[in-house]
Design a protein around this ligand. Structure first.
Ligand code: KG4
Ligand code: ZN
Length: 344
């Protein structure tokens, strides 16, 4: 086990089929992602059964491409990593079944990875140095979670959304504003032409000590501004390009204020000075800018996942090497865990 060098990592927890080849020093040699966004677009969200079936079709070609891009073959691989939690049960099972098959037929160690921890570990890959302990915020389509990260693999959930995830809110608001799925990048683009102060939406829980989030009221507030409040006498003007841009900018600003504010509160409450940000929404430029302003003002150490590791990918499963170093290997009886794991 001591001289293991190359890892094949698989990720299929939601609607991206991904494979990566990762060296033990955390160099990601290749990171291939087959997105299913087109398949789910007309439904405005991920359809689990469609996702599982697409993973079955895409997985082996994605692995082949990852090997090819890294200029290695299966015979060069020393360990297999796979995301086993949390996620869609059918989707996770496709990746795990493939990983078990590779591990069993090639006689290689198998390592189970937590998807949420992996999102934050993207910060460690980029930093190329130890960044723990830290507060970690994972903001994606499925999660808005704050973690106390005591070490690379020791996480404790300290806050989360009580309804929609931030990315989910971006996707739902995009649908309301007639923008394509996934909504985040489209809202970000349209928002550049809008006024972020045009609508004063409520920053839910921002002035509250609890580290939880709620975005479903905000989504409804945007809906009422777009389509009118049920039963109200005065209805809003019709949606035109400027109103869409103003709604997108005001919505984005509200989400960013809450995410940045809660991160600051968590750092203060736990007396930590390092902040890690991961997940699809971390690709948002306004969010990144606001985080940089807040942390610069307070003198905190900020690590945001590099853009190529923000949305789901297998490169971030490099955290598997941390488990490997600690001898935390899985065996062939391991199962998937669809639900959120509170402590890791
Ligand atoms: O991490 P991810 O790929 O999948 C999950 O684990 O959920 O995150 C996808 C989410 C989607 O909701 C998408 O709208 C959002 O990340 N997203 C963004 C941006 N790019 C992706 N949200 C805001 N701004 C962006 N630029
Ligand atoms: Zn994710």
């Amino acid at each position: 086990m001591g001289d293991a060098r190359l890892m094949l990592a698989l990720e299929s927890s939601c609607d991206e089929t991904a494979a990566a080849i990762i060296e033990r020093d955390l160099t990601v040699r290749s990171n291939v992602v087959a997105s299913q966004a087109e398949l789910h677009e007309k439904y405005g969200g991920v359809v689990p059964e469609i996702a599982s079936r697409a993973h079955v079709t895409n997985l082996l070609p994605v692995v082949e491409e990852a090997l090819e891009k890294a200029q290695v073959s299966l015979a060069d691989i020393d360990a297999i990593a796979v995301v086993t939690r949390p996620g869609l049960v059918g989707s996770l099972l496709v990746g795990l079944t493939a990983a078990k098959t590779f591990a069993a037929t090639l006689g290689l160690p198998l390592i189970a990875v937590d998807h949420v921890q992996a999102h934050l570990y993207a910060c460690r890959i980029a930093a190329k140095r130890d960044i723990f302990p830290a507060i970690g915020l994972v903001v994606s389509g499925g999660h808005t979670n704050l973690y106390l990260c005591k070490g690379a693999t020791e996480y404790e959930l300290i806050g989360s959304t009580i309804d929609d995830a931030a990315g989910e809110a971006f996707d739902k608001v995009a649908k309301i504003l007639n923008l394509p799925y996934p909504g985040g990048p489209h809202i970000e683009q349209v928002a550049t032409k809008g006024n972020p102060a045009a609508f004063a939406f409520t920053r839910t829980f921002l002035n509250d000590d609890r580290l939880d989030f709620s975005f479903s009221g905000l989504k409804t507030a945007v809906l009422y501004q777009a389509e009118g409040t049920p039963g109200a006498v005065n209805q809003p003007p019709p949606l035109n390009e400027q109103r869409i841009a103003d709604l997108a900018a005001s919505f984005q600003e509200t989400v960013v204020d809450v995410l940045v504010g809660k991160s600051r509160q968590a750092l203060e409450q736990y007396q930590l000075r390092t902040l890690l940000i991961g997940g699809g929404v971390a690709a948002n430029s306004r969010f990144r800018q606001s985080l940089e302003e807040m942390t610069a003002q307070k003198g905190y150490d900020l690590h945001i996942s590099p853009r190529e590791f923000c949305t789901d990918n297998a490169g971030m499963a490099a955290i598997a090497w941390e488990h490997f170093e600690r001898g935390e290997l899985a065996d062939l009886t391991i199962d998937v865990t669809p639900g959120l794991v509170r402590k890791g």
